[in-house]
Design a protein around this ligand. Structure first.
Ligand code: ZN
Ligand code: ZN
Length: 257
């Protein structure tokens, strides 16, 4: 399985000369099982989804939650808003279409989700589902401001768990269960250890929280994403050097699991 990191920022995009090397787009990861030429699964639809190859997207877009940094790119992807696209949007919470339409409808936005040009269906996340080329398992995890799910993806004999917004220090047994036996955890690493109070307030993790969580889960390979939007390239370089056993996601990177 390959993971394409299309957006690695949290909260808001980070444009500007100081953010070009690590990337300024918000959360989005395309998942490519071995042997396929186009991703059948995209995790989150932050502005990074604009980096998706422009061929019509056909597959599942699983949203971890509905905060802006995880949905705002959706109507701006040429692959998604395409007459030949066919997508299932998997949204946390009951009445998923109504929830999504609250964010995508006038006066907040010119069109509703069904106004995208391809075939669009909207379903509720949670539980386990088997697709042709992957298995998806989702469960609610600890964050703030509405329901957030963690997502475990299994294919090609490996498992990855995606937790871009997660505060394990505030308690989350469902996330630990999702991570059991996984090969890689892609985790919230928005805050530095000295920013613990902010992390707790906003329902995010510090790097030390993420490392402790991965250790608790017995998963050796940890990749941090959802970098703070004010963390410059030089600062991220320094942070990455301080934590040599952790991989820091960079926009445009492909990670093989
Ligand atoms: Zn976020
Ligand atoms: Zn969030």
């Amino acid at each position: 399985m390959k993971l394409h990191f299309l957006g690695v920022r949290g909260s808001t995009p980070a444009p500007g000369a100081e953010f070009t090397r690590w990337g300024g787009h918000t959360s989005c990861v395309a998942v490519l099982p071995d042997g396929l030429s186009a991703p059948p699964l995209v995790l989150d639809a932050g502005t990074g989804i604009r980096n998706l190859a422009p061929a019509p997207f056909r597959g599942v877009i699983a949203l971890s939650h509905l905060h802006w940094d995880h949905v705002q790119g959706l109507p701006f992807s040429r692959a998604v808003d395409h007459p030949e696209a066919s997508l299932e949007l998997v949204v946390p919470g009951p009445e998923p279409l109504e929830l999504l339409t609250r964010a995508f409808s006038p006066p907040h936005f010119p069109i509703e989700p069904q106004g995208l040009r391809g075939a669009v269906s909207v379903t509720s996340s949670g539980g386990s589902r088997n697709e042709e080329s992957f298995v998806l398992r989702q469960a609610e995890v600890t964050h703030k401001g509405g329901i957030t799910v963690g997502t475990r993806v299994e294919c090609d004999g490996v498992a990855v768990v995606y937790l871009p917004d997660h505060a394990p220090q505030l308690g989350s047994s469902a996330a630990e269960e999702l991570c059991r036996g996984a090969d890689l955890i892609v985790h919230d690493g928005q805050f530095l250890p000295e920013e613990q109070a902010l992390a707790d307030d906003y329902g995010h993790a510090t790097i030390t929280d993420a490392v402790a969580f991965a250790e608790r889960c017995g998963v050796a390979r940890l990749l941090l994403t959802h970098h703070a939007p004010n963390r410059t390239d030089d600062q991220l370089d320094a942070v990455a050097k301080e934590w040599p056993d952790v991989v820091f996601a960079r926009e445009g990177d492909t990670v093989t699991v």
